[in-house]
Design a protein around this ligand. Structure first.
Ligand code: SAH
Length: 254
């Protein structure tokens, strides 16, 4: 039997309209859609009527085991000759494990494509009136996974604090106090502006703004939880001028 093909597709940051045209085509032509937790479920209505929809969301602590099963699923379905769309939130290569899945597919000689998506950190920032770069305020931006506990992370805090104008942390909410402390310990001013955007680009978007010294308390007060990105840097101030998206829920501190 002829092998199928796997598309590793970015579904965009939450608002279903922010998927790419090619991403949408991959949904429409798929025999199997293996989708993650944070994708907009509205996108699934564009699948073929007889497409097999498989939820691949991960519960905390079970990641490794489930990732193995996902690899197996992609390989099996493709070997049955199926078109498989692996749908992930944001961009598949930004903390999306597309690299690992592509490695497995390559090892089994299964044809695949990577279809980039709009990543949550950049999109959520834009929807909060924060451009991650700006000619006057930031010519470098760093994307960081913030979920590792202090001492166990592989983050070069010194380089980060000194070298990057804008820093965007994904998966950083449970570690917010460590993140702020570490940046200040390595020289970032406590007055450095910080924004947290929860459920960015969706109707549930909420934004909290403060600085490195105050944001932990503000996030606690607002009861901010996942999914959310933390944006650190002077670009956050631009929100005062160019915030354009009307949030329906409190708090929208400016
Ligand atoms: N591949 C994804 C990231 C997956 S990691 C991408 O490119 O966007 C999951 C993390 O992404 C969450 O913990 C959160 O930090 C961030 N995230 C995903 N969707 C988000 C959203 N709508 N608003 C804010 N942050 C989001």
């Amino acid at each position: 039997m002829e092998k199928g093909k796997v598309y590793l597709v970015g579904a965009g940051p939450g608002n279903p309209k922010l998927i790419t045209l090619y991403g949408m085509e991959c949904i429409q032509k798929a025999d199997v859609i293996a989708y993650d937790r944070l994708i907009s479920k509205e996108l699934l209505q564009y699948a073929k009527k007889d497409a097999e929809l498989i939820y691949c969301g991960k519960e905390p602590g079970k990641h490794a085991q489930i990732q193995e099963q996902i690899h197996q699923l992609l390989v099996e379905k493709a070997l049955q000759g199926k078109i498989v769309t692996r749908l992930k939130g944001g961009d598949p290569c930004v903390f999306g494990r597309a690299g690992e899945e592509a490695e497995v597919l390559a090892k089994h000689h299964i044809p695949f494509e990577i279809v980039p998506g709009v990543t949550a950190g950049i999109a959520a920032a834009a929807y909060a009136g924060i451009p991650v770069t700006h000619r006057e305020y930031a010519s470098a931006v760093t994307i960081v996974a913030g979920h590792r506990k202090k001492g166990k992370e592989h983050i070069n805090w010194e380089a980060l604090a000194k070298g990057s104008d804008t820093i965007v942390f994904y998966m950083g909410i449970s570690n917010l106090d460590d993140i702020c402390e570490s940046l200040m310990a390595y020289g970032k001013s406590p007055h450095t502006p910080v924004a947290i955007v929860e459920w960015g680009t969706t109707n549930e978007q909420r934004t909290v703004v403060g600085d490195l010294a105050t944001i932990v308390e503000k996030a606690k007060q607002a009861n901010i939880s996942c999914p959310a990105v933390v944006i650190v840097g002077q670009v956050v101030k631009l929100r005062e001028k160019i915030n354009w998206f009307v949030e329906q829920f409190e708090p929208a501190y400016t």
